[in-house]
Design a protein around this ligand. Structure first.
Ligand code: KIV
Length: 282
């Protein structure tokens, strides 16, 4: 039996105004560490495309890849609420495809919810996946999978008209069956209204402090990411520097014959070296 958090725990957190800590991570080792903290939710994000595979957008990752890494994260963190990100073209082509692919994350990766980047064009998909009995997190605001159509992302809902549209969209998502919302890159004032009006938990990714929870990607939190972080992101350590130092030290010790020393090597049993020397006539 699994003993992980459920959607009911997230609704309870919202009701009691207890903030939900969420992280996007992609591997067993990191997930195992996350599971030793009070972070309640892991989203296995398609940002793995850039941060694990080195592509320049989220578009190239496949269902098989996402299912494999989501399963690895579940093995590392059996206790967290686990959300799988549906990759580009896994839900847009047909509704049966969307249900089948969402279902793979539930049956093969033991995820509890799928995240779908959505505009009003995806309301039918949200409804169909939710009607199939699968929890859906509707990802609204900035939607990285629309990069080829939009070209460059900027903050969402910064005018009254845009704000009213986003508030309306958030309500349509919930009416269609979304069990939670992920709000990316929206003005904080608007995120506050959406959160207050929403009966489902609202997770902010760069949408200010008023949502029910916050998400950042693990490499940013750890300070592993090279280059400039987005305005909203924050590093809580500088593991890039510490990792470089460890790699350099390792390389130096190999070259100077310090590694491996006696303590880091296996040895023959007592008396066996002499016996071997006789056997091979050394
Ligand atoms: O891909 C990702 O990491 C995301 C986060 C915002 C959760 O979508």
């Amino acid at each position: 039996m699994n003993n992980h958090l459920t959607i009911s725990d997230l609704f309870e957190a919202k009701l009691n105004q207890r903030k939900i800590a969420v992280i996007s991570c992609y591997d067993f080792t990191t997930a195992r560490l996350v599971s030793e903290t009070e972070i309640e939710m892991i989203i296995v994000g398609d940002s793995a495309s850039q941060l694990i595979l080195g592509f320049d957008s989220t578009l190239p990752v496949t269902m098989d890849f996402m299912v494999a890494i989501t399963s690895a994260v579940r093995r590392g963190a059996p206790n967290v609420f686990l959300v799988a990100d549906m990759p580009f073209l896994s839900y847009q082509v047909t509704i049966p495809d969307a249900i089948r692919n969402a279902g793979r994350f539930i049956t093969e990766s033991n995820a509890q919810m799928v995240k779908i980047e959505a505009t009003s064009a995806q309301l039918g998909i949200i409804k169909a996946v939710s009607d199939a009995g699968i929890g859906v997190m509707a990802h609204i605001g900035i939607r990285p999978q629309s990069i080829s159509k939009i070209g460059r992302f900027k903050a969402e809902a910064t005018t009254a008209e845009m704000a009213a549209q986003l508030i309306n969209l958030s309500q349509q998502m919930v009416q269609a069956g979304a069990s939670s919302l992920l709000l990316e890159g929206a003005a904080a004032e608007v995120a506050q209204i959406i959160t207050q009006r929403s009966e489902v938990p609202v997770i902010s990714c760069g949408s200010g402090p008023h949502c029910d929870g916050q998400v950042l990607v693990a490499p940013d939190i750890l300070g592993l990411t090279r280059g400039n972080l987005p305005k909203f992101s924050k590093s809580y350590d500088n593991l890039a520097e510490r990792t470089l130092k460890a790699f350099q030290e390792y390389s130096k010790e190999i070259k100077s014959n310090e590694y491996p020393d006696k303590a880091h090597s296996y040895h023959m049993k007592p008396g066996e070296v002499e016996k071997l020397n006789k056997m091979i006539e050394l």
